[in-house]
Design a protein. Structure first.
Length: 317
């Protein structure tokens, strides 16, 4: 039976095509569109398919995408590489958000695979979610992962790295022998064109994650989105990985001062829309997620007395 064609297929960028893109031996990128929830075609979510070049071990997915992804991109990618759906035994979520764990239920139903996720993000799956108009039903993981565990994926040993900050249970998946680290959304440079700024709900934890990655022997960093100003899917060599981490640290360390400056330039008080426009002035348009992310940071500034929120305005103190 033919697989459904995604209405958001973008052949020029190889997004939502179901075509596996070779990244490294045994590692394939599968690009999924973030439409219709987000109108940013230059930003997609990168799912990764791990395969064993010797053919002895079963393939493994890293992240499952959005609800439609099982049928529009993952099963076609498996088929393109000569795998049957039942060959997939495991899908590992880097975290619980809707564009990373959104097709868990569909993929488990279609393939019989197990769903693994970091222990502290497991409870979020039980609450369910939405992606645009599509429901993500409540479900449970088959295995909860802890930092320091060694798991065998597609015939290779990977270390689970705790990487909280973006979410409580974000994890990295690290092939120490080859220096390959899958990071999901755990470190974000300057954010994507969907966000405008990096999104870290727990900034102390995010800084600790950056410090952890900075000292790991990483030659190939594989994030889930095109985080500015870096290329999508694959940051290499080690010097660029270090720069990526340093840019991520600079972006998160300066956001409060940038918010204060935006308020000062607006006369000391402004709406979140005006603030977001100022922070994202160097981008073609203000990203849809900028306002909610910046609101979270402003709330943190309010908690320590740097700003005040009155009605629909933020005021610098």
């Amino acid at each position: 039976m033919p697989h459904p064609v995604s209405p958001f297929r973008d052949a020029a960028r190889d997004v939502a095509t179901g075509h596996p893109i070779a990244i490294l031996p045994g590692i394939w990128e599968i690009r999924e569109s973030l439409a219709p929830a987000f109108d940013t075609p230059e930003t997609w979510v990168s799912l990764f398919l791990l395969t064993d070049p010797t053919g002895h071990a079963s393939p493994v997915m890293i992240d499952t995408g959005v609800p439609r992804s099982t049928h529009t991109v993952i099963l076609p990618a498996l088929e393109a590489l000569g795998f049957a759906p039942s060959d997939l035994k495991v899908a590992v979520n880097t975290h619980s958000h809707h564009d990373h764990a959104g097709s868990n239920v569909q993929l488990r139903d279609a393939t019989g695979c197990q769903i693994w996720i970091g222990r502290l993000d497991g409870p979020a799956l039980l609450r369910g979610d939405r992606f645009g108009p599509d429901e993500i039903p409540p479900h449970s993981a088959d295995r909860l992962l802890d930092g320091g565990e060694i798991v065998n994926l597609a015939g290779r040993d990977y270390e689970i790295i705790d990487m909280p900050g973006h979410s409580p249970g974000s994890i990295g998946i690290f092939d120490r022998e080859r220096g390959i680290l899958f990071t999901g959304d755990a470190i974000q440079a300057r954010g994507t064109t969907t966000q405008g700024v990096p999104g870290a709900s727990n900034r102390p934890a995010y800084r600790n994650t950056l410090a952890t990655v900075r000292v790991l022997p990483v030659e190939h960093l594989l994030p889930a989105h095109a985080y500015l100003p870096f290329p999508p899917a694959h940051v290499t060599p080690a010097s660029e990985v270090h720069r990526y981490v340093d840019v991520s640290r600079e972006a998160i360390d300066t956001i409060d001062d940038r918010l204060a400056s935006a308020l000062r330039n607006a006369g000391g008080s402004a709406t979140i829309a005006v603030i977001a426009d100022a922070i994202c002035a160097d981008q073609p348009r203000t990203p849809v997620l900028a306002a909610p992310i910046l609101t979270d940071y402003l709330n943190q500034m309010a908690a320590v007395g740097r700003v005040r929120h009155d009605a629909d305005h933020w005021t610098l103190l």
